[in-house]
Design a protein around this ligand. Structure first.
Ligand code: NAG
Ligand code: NAG
Ligand code: NAG
Ligand code: NAG
Ligand code: NAG
Ligand code: NAG
Ligand code: NAG
Ligand code: NAG
Ligand code: NAG
Length: 562
């Protein structure tokens, strides 16, 4: 579109009216570079007023467009467009993309310009908006991953260029409870040493590493990832599992899901990093206990490598660095995995726009396994984990059969942006409560059934809950009654679980079969399982719980993933 046509759309606004938006302090600042293209993004929000302000700084440009995309694509993205026209007058307007670039102006103008500035090297834009605007062309700012697209140009038309386009996922409404207040802070690293990464798609490398040699109780208060520069892009996740002390540990590196039965005895993931994640500070009154008799003497490190480019000869020394202190905090923290037990009874048919799977945690199994009364859990953080088909994850909290809240969710889950997130407060989970994890998947381009499994191309659906006070429990998961699905689809009689899986894999998947399978999954009973830190498992049969949907904001636009 030529510039003179664009002039017609230009919206010349006075900077900062005397009403409405207020400049909020920024809570966060991030600088990302892609080659020469250094973009800085800052933001701040007001939870009570449900407002956000965002500032971006780009290399010198005559126009800048800040976009919030529903799925990472340009189409249907919500843009604030600004710059200077030929007469050097500022323009600014709220817009959206309809099919193709450039964006068209929204009927309802919901962004406010707080600042537009440039000097010889940079352009800076700061905008303000309500989280919910009631304009269907505006993306809602919610507790979800938001895919930001920033574009800029110097040439005074809106020609997009890949070099001047910047894309990244953010979680704007983040909360930081973490704090480091210790005077004595010790460091220790759990990492591999020059592990040769195989030239295959998926490798899970495991080994045992001793805990720091402390003979009195200490608290881990922070951890950081260490990604070997040579393996950036190949290291997909790193998990540190606490082990029971009933094992013979050794230092060779093996296949986590191979034949070494010892790995299955260290199942309590306590520290972790996945693509897109960052460092984590535990809340001020919580630390992970090490050094007592009951605490593990060893950990198992698990590194998942995704080497789809089949790169050869890379030696990897990635891992996790912990900060620990003898200055004890009030509570011992723990981590419990909830969701679907990773096994092929978790399946998603091919060609599905939306398919939901459920994993159930029956917390009544916890006192049962430990054989003593257990205090309520105070949950303060969560990490959602699924693979490539997962579009949204919800962690539903039930008490006595009634949905009472959420323990963490993301309606726009991004596999490449997995982050441990704090909850606004501490949520109490009473023993006896049920936790249901829902993963909504989409498989329009897949040919065969996707099954649960550790490979990135298989699927997982788990949520790690960060809570205190700790109990030696690793996971609270379920598998559904796959026979019921087999029967509902009127497949051949299956004698056992694996036969049913084979039958489902071979079924004729069309829209009707998919709908029947979805229905069967919603009504199927589950086998709820609880896994001890040492790998021991107990289970019970559990009937399905009715799934309720949360009531959305009045301006909320319905999406498939609700
Ligand atoms: C763009 O998005 C709209 C709304 O989501 C959709 O109806 C339309 O089909 C999309 N167009 C293209 C070209 O993808
Ligand atoms: C230009 O603006 C950027 C962003 O505000 C600032 O960091 C930089 O120092 C400025 N340069 C000069 C020469 O003032
Ligand atoms: C975000 O999540 C928190 C905690 O689950 C909840 O209290 C809050 O209402 C949510 N806000 C929105 C806009 O969904
Ligand atoms: C741990 O520390 C104690 C005392 O500080 C020492 O005697 C012992 O040898 C150490 N153990 C290891 C494995 O380094
Ligand atoms: C550990 O190794 C020792 C000696 O090889 C053996 O006697 C013992 O049974 C092993 N313990 C376990 C738990 O495997
Ligand atoms: C659970 O619900 C039943 C039936 O509504 C009621 O009798 C019971 O007291 C409830 N239990 C709790 C712990 O709220
Ligand atoms: C279903 O499973 C049964 C038992 O293993 C087997 O005999 C049958 O061939 C399977 N049917 C299909 C369609 O795979
Ligand atoms: C769930 O289990 C109950 C009790 O065993 C049983 O009556 C019911 O038929 C089961 N439901 C399904 C869908 O299999
Ligand atoms: C449940 O536990 C029993 C033993 O208590 C075991 O036989 C059964 O295989 C377990 N079920 C599952 C699905 O793991």
């Amino acid at each position: 579109m030529p510039w003179n046509v664009w002039i017609l759309f230009c919206w010349v606004v006075p900077i900062l009216g005397s009403w409405g938006p207020i400049d909020m302090p920024f809570s966060r600042e991030m600088t990302s570079a892609e080659g020469e293209n250094v973009v800085q993004l800052k933001w701040g929000y007001d939870r009570d007023m449900q407002e956000i302000s965002i500032e971006i700084q780009t290399p010198l440009a005559s126009w800048v467009a800040l976009g919030l995309s529903p799925d990472g694509k340009l189409n249907a993205s919500d843009f604030a467009v600004t710059g200077w026209n030929k007469e050097d007058q500022q323009f600014f307007y709220d817009a959206h993309v309809e099919g193709e670039w450039p964006p068209v102006m929204d009927k309802s103008q919901d962004y406010e310009l707080l600042k537009l500035d440039r000097n010889e090297t940079h352009t800076v834009l700061r905008v303000w908006r309500k989280w919910f605007t009631c304009d269907s062309h505006d993306l809602e700012i919610e507790n979800d991953t938001i895919r930001v697209i920033v574009m800029h140009g110097e040439d005074r038309d809106f020609t997009p260029s890949e070099e001047n386009t910047y894309r990244k996922s953010f979680f704007f409404l983040e909360i930081f409870k973490g704090i480091i207040d210790a005077e004595i802070l010790l460091l220790y690293e759990f990492r591999l040493k020059d592990f040769p990464i195989p030239d295959q798609d998926t490798t899970y490398a495991c080994t045992f590493i001793p805990m720091p040699n402390v003979t009195t109780k200490h608290h881990i208060v922070r951890y950081e990832q260490i990604i070997d520069p040579d393996s950036v892009g190949i290291v997909h996740h790193i998990l540190i599992y606490f082990c029971g002390n009933n094992l013979n540990f050794s230092s060779e590196v093996g296949d986590c899901y191979g034949n070494d039965p010892r790995y299955a005895k260290c199942m309590n993931a306590v520290l972790g990093w996945a693509v897109g994640g960052e460092n984590f500070d535990f809340p001020a009154d919580v630390g992970i206990s090490i050094g007592t008799e009951e605490d593990p003497k060893y950990i198992r490190i698990e590194i998942h490598y995704s080497n789809f480019e089949k790169k050869q000869g890379i030696l990897d020394s990635s891992g996790v660095r912990i900060y620990y202190t003898p200055e004890l905090r009030k509570h011992d923290g723990g981590v419990m995995m909830t969701g679907i037990f990773t096994f092929p009874v978790h399946f998603i048919p091919p060609g599905a726009e939306l398919f939901r799977n459920y994993g159930l945690c029956n917390t009544n199994l916890i006192p049962q396994m430990l054989n003593k009364p257990v205090e309520d859990f105070h949950v303060y953080g969560y990490l959602l984990h699924g693979h490539l088909t997962v579009r949204s994850i919800r962690t539903m909290h039930y008490r006595n059969g009634t949905l009472i809240g959420s323990l963490g969710e993301d309606k726009k889950y991004d596999f490449n942006f997995q982050q441990l997130r704090d909850l606004p407060g501490f949520i109490t989970v009473q023993m006896g409560d049920q936790i249901m994890v829902e993963c909504s998947s989409s498989t329009p381009d897949r040919e065969g059934v996707t099954f649960g499994g550790p490979s990135t191309l298989n699927e997982m659906c788990v949520v790690f809950l960060f809570y205190y006070p700790v109990v030696p429990v690793a996971a609270c998961l379920s598998i559904l009654d796959i026979q019921h699905v087999n029967d509902a689809l009127e497949l051949d009689e299956a004698d056992n679980l694996m036969d049913a899986v084979v039958n489902i894999s071979g079924a004729d998947w069309d829209e009707e079969t998919t709908a029947k399978a979805q229905n069967a999954i919603m009504e199927a009973n589950h086998t709820a399982m609880l896994m001890h830190r040492t790998g021991a498992v107990i289970n019970e049969t559990s009937s399905a719980i009715p799934i309720s949907l949360p009531s959305p904001h009045p301006c909320h636009k319905h999406t498939d993933y609700d």
